[in-house]
Each structure stands twice: as structure tokens, then as C-alpha cells.
Design a protein around this ligand. Structure first.
Ligand SMILES: [Zn+2]
Length: 291
């Protein structure tokens, strides 16, 4: 991409700058490297554009006109998340803010029966905000960082914050979690959901997982350890995780703790992560090359 500035980032989880390439990743991404941290095993894209450029790629090139998340597979996973969250912490009467509220499908579910949360969406797309308006869901048009930076009196603190299939697509997962920490009430809970893909049985061919979209539109790929880790270093103590080994999703609920409090976490073995991708590549080439 000419004339666009890229910057090399260290590992977002442990801060080390010892990247090793994900084996074969360039064969699936149009020669864009993806890295594994040589210290903690975190899988991340090292070379990234500005947050603004990445957001523009999403709104202009990837989502585009006519994109909708209102399809059965998405409704199923959002329904799962609402039920899991309710089972863990109870939603009735709680204030819940969804970061990246999208078209409001999750907010509609969480705010309806039987869950009964008091819902609010933070959503950068004006078109999606029009849809939230139609559904009668309170919302803020902008990013979580924009909302966090509003003057006191023009923002609230929430009992629950949700980030679903979104944390992996921003430029800095730490910045997003930091802002989420600020808008949560003391003792509040965060839920992060993403696909469960790493260090689990292969759930799709590798070319369905790695794409030729700009690599920095998907900067982070989480395992169970690294998702709990990134929450721990951001001031959240994990309290629940779903059965991610054979479910399609990876869902973690964590409690807000004081910023700077030391919360234990463990990474993954970088060699095991590299071997996992090597086997995934071989499996794809042997059995699913033409799918
Ligand atoms: Zn690391």
C-alpha cells in the first residue's frame, strides 16, 4: 500500500519484541506476515496502519453497502452470549453497554425477555445508529475512546460492558480495553467474545481463517490463555470461560479490578503455537484445498 504509514508494534500482551512468523501465513494472506510472540505465544499482526486507516478499511472495503449481520449463524452466537452472561452474573435490571453495537441484534436480545438488561450501544457507523434508533435502543455514535473522553455529566458508567467479535479488529486491543475499564462501574463485568480457533481442533480450513484483506484489519488472534491474559493485564480478573474446546466461540467474563493491580495470567508456548499452524496448513492442503 503506497503512501500509507505502517508502524511495527511489539507484543500487545507481554510487551516483548521477539516475533516469529506464523508458518505459511504469507501463502494465505497475499504475502502479509502474521507473527507469534517468541516470549508469550500471542498471535498478532506486527505492522499496522493508524487506527483511523484501519477503521476506514472496515467501513469502506470490507463491510461496504448492504452488509448485514442479521443472519441465523450470528443470531445464534449472540443468543448464546446473552444466555451465558445471564447465567454467570445475572442481567435483569443491569445497565449494559455493547461496544460496537452494530445493528443492535445483541442489544435487542439482552434487553428483551427473559434477560431484561438496560441496554446502550456505542457504534461508529451512522447507518447502524439509524437502525438502533429504529429499535428504540439508546446509543452513542462514535468509538469507545470518543465516549470515554466526553466530559463528566455526558457519559455514564455501566454494570456490564460487552465486546463481541470486535476486539480482534481494532488497532490496539489494549486501548479498547482501557477505555472499557473507564466506562465500567466499580465491580462491574466485561464480556469478550470471539471465535475459538487457536489450540483447539481445527474448525475450518486455514484459507477461511486467514484472508487477503489488509492484515491489520484483524490484528489479534486469541487463544483461551491469551484472551484471559490480555484481560488480566488490562485490569480485569477472569471469572468465567465457556467450553471453548468444542464450541465455536471463545467467551470470557471478567471482573473490573483496580488499574495496575497484578492479576496472574499465563501465555502459550510459542513452539506449540507454531506447530499448531503447521498442522493446520497440512490438514487444509491434504483435505480441504478445494473447498
Ligand atoms: Zn508476548
Amino acid at each position: 500500500m503506497p503512501n500509507v504509514k505502517h508502524t511495527n508494534f511489539p507484543c500487545d500482551l507481554c510487551g516483548a519484541d521477539r516475533p516469529v512468523e506464523v508458518p505459511h501465513s504469507r501463502e494465505y494472506t497475499g504475502d502479509q506476515p502474521i507473527h507469534i510472540c517468541g516470549q508469550c505465544g500471542f498471535v498478532y499482526v506486527r505492522s499496522r496502519r493508524s487506527a483511523k486507516d484501519i477503521a476506514a478499511s472496515w467501513s469502506d472495503d470490507i463491510f461496504g453497502e448492504g452488509y448485514t449481520a442479521r443472519i441465523p449463524a450470528v443470531t445464534a452466537r449472540l443468543t448464546f452470549v446473552a444466555a451465558f452472561l445471564d447465567e454467570q452474573i445475572g442481567l435483569k435490571g443491569k445497565t449494559l453497554c455493547d461496544i460496537g453495537g452494530g445493528e443492535g441484534e445483541f442489544l435487542r436480545i439482552a434487553g428483551g425477555q427473559p434477560y431484561g438488561a438496560r441496554t446502550f450501544g456505542i457504534e461508529p457507523s451512522p447507518a447502524n445508529c439509524a437502525r438502533l434508533q429504529e429499535l428504540g435502543i439508546e446509543h452513542f455514535n462514535g468509538t469507545i475512546e470518543d465516549y470515554r473522553d466526553r466530559p463528566e455529566g455526558q457519559k455514564r458508567r455501566f454494570d456490564v460492558v460487552t465486546i463481541m467479535w470486535t476486539l480482534e479488529n481494532c488497532q490496539s486491543c489494549r486501548a479498547m480495553l482501557d477505555a472499557a475499564h473507564d466506562v465500567l462501574a466499580d465491580g462491574g463485568h466485561i464480556l469478550v467474545a470471539t471465535g475459538s480457533r487457536l489450540l483447539v481442533p481445527f474448525k475450518k480450513p486455514l484459507h477461511y481463517y486467514l484472508s487477503k484483506n489488509p492484515a491489520d484489519t484483524h490484528c489479534f488472534r486469541f487463544s483461551a490463555n491469551s484472551l484471559r491474559g490480555i484481560l488480566a493485564v488490562s485490569g480485569f480478573a477472569p471469572v468465567a470461560i465457556n467450553r471453548y474446546v468444542d464450541q465455536d466461540w471463545l467467551v470470557v467474563v471478567a471482573r473490573k479490578e483496580a488499574k495496575g493491580k497484578s492479576i496472574p495470567w499465563q501465555g502459550d508456548d510459542p513452539k506449540a503455537m507454531s506447530d499448531f499452524f503447521e498442522r493446520w496448513h497440512r490438514d487444509t492442503q491434504t483435505h480441504f484445498r478445494d473447498i
